[in-house]
Each structure stands twice: as structure tokens, then as C-alpha cells.
Design a protein around this ligand. Structure first.
Ligand code: ADP
Length: 329
């Protein structure tokens, strides 16, 4: 296989290479992710363990990218209209092979949920193809392809959900051009609780309500919080994590789009959460806790608020997933 624009090559053992060369089909788990994480708007994200999509990627004699099955939600089969297809096509354009790929998507993450539904699809197709091709591309290069798919959903190029889905753990996207992703350690006892009200808020819509300019005093507070959150994650300083999980710029605007946002946040903090905020562009609300016991208490507290609203919701408790997208067969 010939690669176009190949820059850095990932390594795998000879035995692994042999096995992968024999493989024509791969089943993968592509995880849900939480972007922004309060003070890290558009740059910070983390990966979830217990929520995600399954996908099957298969080599086929027919050249090109073909989406052959979608279950769970009604999404387009045309590769150019589906984020999984767009990211796959970006990667397909960069290689020279005499075969094509089929993609099956078993979607569990509701599109527009704010926990990286589109990112899971964008990442899953390129990760699976890369495995079947014997891993010619690095994770950063895969993110470049996936960005093209994600742009279809959110109308702009960003990687704050893609990076944690590919790398696992917490990630910070330092820049998009050139793409630079930093992996940030996750303290061992850190758990997330996510409530997902079953209403749709489109990323493109929730971007439109944001101010174009922010006062300097708010910017200072925000970057102080982001810097201290990154430091706290490196040093497993749970008190500092708690003290840093504040968003003074985006949350005051987007919080209004989510029914009972303030009540859920207050209840989560009262139940012992380190902090809480909007997951991605909403409507999901995330919180972080020290220990699974506290994360479960936070779940009960969030549930008690939402069960009074009449709005259907899902709720997840998850350890931070430090591996990201993975093969499951
Ligand atoms: P999320 O934050 O959950 O990813 P977005 O608003 O960013 O939500 O993306 C959802 C939008 O992307 C929907 O309009 C959906 O129709 C479109 N879309 C296209 N392909 C996919 C896919 N494979 N998975 C999820 N959403 C997709």
C-alpha cells in the first residue's frame, strides 16, 4: 500500500502485523466523550468507559467507502453525509489501495446528545480502517482525518471530542493547525456521572448563542481555572480539581438551554461531586467525583431532580476510560 503525505509511522510487532494483514473485518467500540470540561471550552475533553457505539469495518473488493448498516438512530447512508463516511473518505484519499471499505454503525450515543455522538463515528471508521491497513497512521494523523468528519456535524473543525475518543483519558488540543494534542493524566479515583436529557441541542445552534467577545476579567478567571485544572490532574489534587471546575464564559449562556441545569448542578455538588457543568454543547450535564460511591450518590441526586420534569433522560456513571477506542473481537 502506498501512502500519500505520510509523516509519522506507528509501530506494531511482526506477529501483530501478520495477524492484522490476515484480517478483513474488525469490530470496535468507539467511546462517548465529554468535551469542554467546564473551563476548557473547545480544547479539553475526557473519555467515558461505559457508553459508546459499536462499529464493524470490513475490507471489500468494491473500491470506495460504503456504509452498509446503521442501527439505533436514523442517519444517512451516503458516505458524504455521514461523519463516519466523511472521515473515512479523508483517509481513503490519503492512501492508494485496490479495495474499499464497508462500515456498519451500531449507534448507542444519541446524535446531538453532547457526549460526542458524531466524534465516536468519525473516530471509529478511521481507527478501524487503520487497523485493517496495519496501522500506517499515528493517532494524531487519524485525528486529522476524523476532524473532516466532525466538521460535517458542527460546521467547524474541532477535535475536543475526537482526541479523547482516540487517545483515551483527558486530552488538551493545543492547536488545530498544526494539530497538537496533549495527553493529560487522570487521577485513579476519578469518576464521571453524566445525565442526558432526551432533547436535542445541535452543536451549531448552541455555538450561535455565544458572545463574540469576552471581558478581560472573565478571560483571566477562565485561563487561571484551566491552568489549575491541568495542574490538578497531573498531581491528583482533588481539592484543586474541585476548585477549578468553573466556567464563567460559556455556561452562563448555554445553561439556559438545558431544563433544570442549575438545580442539577447544585444537587450534584450537594451530593459530593467535585464539580459539574455542561457536557459539550449540551443538553448532557457532567459531574466529576472522587470515588465510584460518590459518583453513584451524584447519579441519585441528578435523577431526583430530573424525574420531576417529565423529560425522559438517561444517566451514566463511568470511570475515566484511559484507553479510548478499541478492538472488541
Ligand atoms: P454530538 O455532540 O452528540 O456529536 P452534534 O450536534 O455534534 O452532536 O452532531 C450530531 C449531528 O451530526 C446530527 O445532526 C446528525 O444527524 C449528524 N450526523 C451525521 N452522521 C452522524 C453519525 N454517524 N453519528 C452521529 N451524528 C451524525
Amino acid at each position: 500500500m502506498e501512502l500519500h503525505n505520510q509523516s509519522d509511522i506507528s509501530c506494531s510487532s511482526a506477529a501483530e502485523n501478520y495477524l492484522i494483514e490476515k484480517m478483513n473485518e474488525i469490530k470496535i467500540f468507539s467511546p462517548a466523550t465529554v468535551a469542554n470540561v467546564a473551563c476548557g471550552f473547545d480544547v479539553l475533553g475526557f473519555c467515558l468507559d461505559s457508553v459508546g457505539d459499536d462499529m464493524v469495518i470490513r475490507k471489500t473488493d468494491k473500491k470506495g467507502i460504503h456504509i452498509t448498516r446503521i442501527e439505533g438512530f436514523n442517519l444517512p447512508y451516503e458516505a458524504e453525509l455521514n461523519v463516519a463516511g466523511v472521515s473515512a473518505l479523508a483517509m481513503y484519499d490519503a492512501i492508494d489501495v485496490d479495495f474499499g471499505f464497508e462500515i456498519e454503525i451500531y449507534k448507542n450515543i444519541k446524535p446531538g446528545s453532547g457526549i460526542g455522538s458524531s466524534a465516536a463515528s468519525a473516530v471509529g471508521s478511521v481507527f478501524g480502517m487503520n487497523e485493517l491497513l496495519n496501522r500506517p497512521f499515528s493517532k494524531t494523523q487519524l485525528t486529522e482525518f476524523a476532524i473532516k468528519g466532525e466538521a460535517l456535524a458542527s460546521k467547524c473543525e474541532h477535535a475536543d471530542n475526537l482526541a479523547p475518543a482516540l487517545f483515551g483519558g483527558f486530552t488538551l488540543v493545543k492547536s488545530i493547525s498544526p494539530l497538537r494534542i496533549l495527553e493529560i493524566p487522570s487521577p485513579d479515583d476519578l469518576y464521571a456521572t453524566i445525565i442526558h436529557p432526551q432533547i436535542e441541542i445541535k452543536t451549531s445552534e448552541s455555538r450561535a448563542i455565544l458572545p463574540k467577545e469576552v471581558p478581560l476579567s472573565e478571560a483571566i478567571e477562565q485561563w487561571a481555572n484551566l491552568g489549575s485544572l491541568v495542574h490538578a490532574l497531573h498531581t491528583s489534587d482533588y481539592d484543586l480539581i474541585s476548585n477549578s471546575l468553573t466556567d464563567v464564559i460559556v455556561e452562563p449562556h448555554r445553561g439556559k438551554l438545558i431544563p433544570e441545569f442549575n438545580a442539577v448542578k447544585t444537587a450534584a455538588l450537594k451530593a459530593g461531586a467535585l464539580g459539574a457543568g455542561i457536557s459539550g454543547s449540551g443538553p448532557s450535564i457532567f459531574s466529576l467525583s472522587k470515588s465510584s460511591e460518590t459518583a453513584i450518590k451524584v447519579k441519585d441526586a441528578m435523577e431526583s431532580i430530573y424525574s420531576k420534569t417529565g423529560i425522559a433522560f438517561e444517566i451514566h456513571v463511568s470511570k475515566i476510560n484511559t484507553n479510548g477506542v478499541k478492538i472488541i473481537n
